[in-house]
Ligand binder design. Structure first.
Ligand code: MLT
Length: 405
């Protein structure tokens, strides 16, 4: 008799952003006359179109696929050399030496941050920041590492939570119990805050000392505006011996619908004699047939001189929205964080309102969709996330509505 993976049955409700979409859909159905007024600042999905250089590369690659002499079938499962080389060059410019063979091209950071846990022992102890991108906890629940969920605390007893709240400046503190795997996301989703060089070094030193591995999600590195914030964990000495880094083309170049990302697994990262680079290559080669040629050419175009200029303009545009939302909320009397090195603005809910109560209020009274902080972990309770990825017009409109309220 077939049996299901019971770990899936332990998962809490549906995935956060699916729950939100469902709630918004219900609202639209109940209030059809107001449906057009809804401002979506919930999921971090981009709204600006792809840039001209990327479009040109996509068209060029499509034409190649339509020509017998330049048609391509399966892509190399770890990525085309041209893209791996472009990524490697970009790292060199930051002073990090990453070889093309250490770069694995994929369909995005969500898949890679979700799948990477497969190459670690089933009984590994995992530590996550709280609040954080829900994929890290959920995928470890699916893998059977999370233990039992405690309704009272909102925590899994098998996972180490590192609260990131206003009281500690949103910087995770070293845990009492030593984890095998440490997920760090900087700039952080959802708090919009980022670890500076000194703070990140503490983690690299800790991982080296305890032989832990850091899974460093750098999907938002393009939004860093402050000098002292590292764009890559490999800017910190020793990180190549203890860290895997995830990057994405979604948030910088607007590829949320195109799907492209990459993961760096340095050759020096060896656990008990096994190189994680070979393990990930084995996993990738077995379960993945390579990101499509068309997308990879588009990714390469992002690193061209024109592509870089255009990508910077996109990021600057969203940072402009972030500034508008941040300042507007401050003026309206909210306690606000993030938005400076990140497209996310993180605010305290007013009074004693819970995150979900605030979500309902915003949707029902202001027709604004955001993301409840508690959806990212128990320490996100009484916080709320707004994204700067909407249009400029909607950023201004949302602020206007909130100020009136
Ligand atoms: C978010 O809103 O947190 C992100 O868009 C989710 C993602 O990147 O998968």
């Amino acid at each position: 008799m077939a049996r299901v993976n019971e770990n899936y049955l332990k998962l809490r409700g549906s995935y956060l952003f699916s729950t939100i979409s469902k709630k918004v859909e219900e609202y639209r159905k109940a209030h059809p006359e107001e449906a057009g007024e809804i401002i979506r600042l919930g999921i971090g999905d981009v709204t600006e179109p792809l840039t001209p250089t990327v479009i040109k590369a996509l068209h060029g690659a499509v034409d190649e696929m339509g020509n017998k002499d330049t048609f391509r079938g399966y892509a190399p499962d770890l990525g085309y050399d041209f893209l791996r080389k472009a990524v490697s060059d970009e790292y060199s410019e930051r002073g990090c030496s990453i070889e093309p063979g250490e770069i694995f091209v994929s369909d995005g950071a969500k898949s890679d941050t979700g799948n990477i846990q497969e190459i670690f022992a089933a009984d590994s102890v995992v530590a996550i920041c709280d609040p954080v991108y829900p994929v890290y906890a959920d995928t470890n629940v699916m893998a059977g590492r999370a233990g039992t969920y405690d309704e009272e605390t909102g925590r899994w007893d098998g996972i180490i939570y590192m609260p990131c709240v206003r009281e500690n400046g949103f910087v995770p503190e070293l845990p009492e119990k030593t984890p095998d795997i440490i997920y760090l996301c900087s700039p952080n989703n959802p708090t919009g805050t980022a670890l500076n060089r000194k703070e990140l070094k503490v983690w690299v030193d800790y991982a080296l000392e305890h032989e832990s591995v850091i899974l460093f999600d750098a999907a938002y590195e393009a939004y860093i505006t402050e000098e002292d914030i590292p764009h890559s964990i490999y800017e910190i000495e020793g990180a190549k011996k203890c860290a895997i880094e995830f990057r994405s083309f979604s948030k910088n170049a607007g590829f949320t619908g195109v799907r492209l990302g990459f993961t760096v697994v340095p050759g020096e990262l060896v656990i008990s004699g096994t190189a994680l680079n070979s393990l990930w290559a084995r996993r990738h080669g077995t379960k993945y047939n390579g990101a499509p040629y068309i997308q990879q050419r588009a990714g390469e175009a992002v690193f061209s001189p024109e592509g870089r200029k255009e990508t910077k303009a996109l990021v600057d545009h969203y940072l402009g929205n972030a500034r508008i939302i941040y300042d507007g909320l401050k003026e309206a009397g909210y306690e606000v964080y993030g938005g400076v090195n990140s497209p996310y603005i993180w605010l305290r809910t007013p009074g004693s309102m819970t995150s979900w109560e605030f979500f309902e209020k915003l949707l029902n009274e202001y027709r604004i969709v955001g993301t409840p902080g508690s959806g990212f972990g128990p320490s996100g309770e009484h916080y709320f996330r707004l994204t700067a990825f909407g249009t400029r017009e909607n950023a201004l409109k949302a602020v206007e509505r909130l100020k009136k309220g």
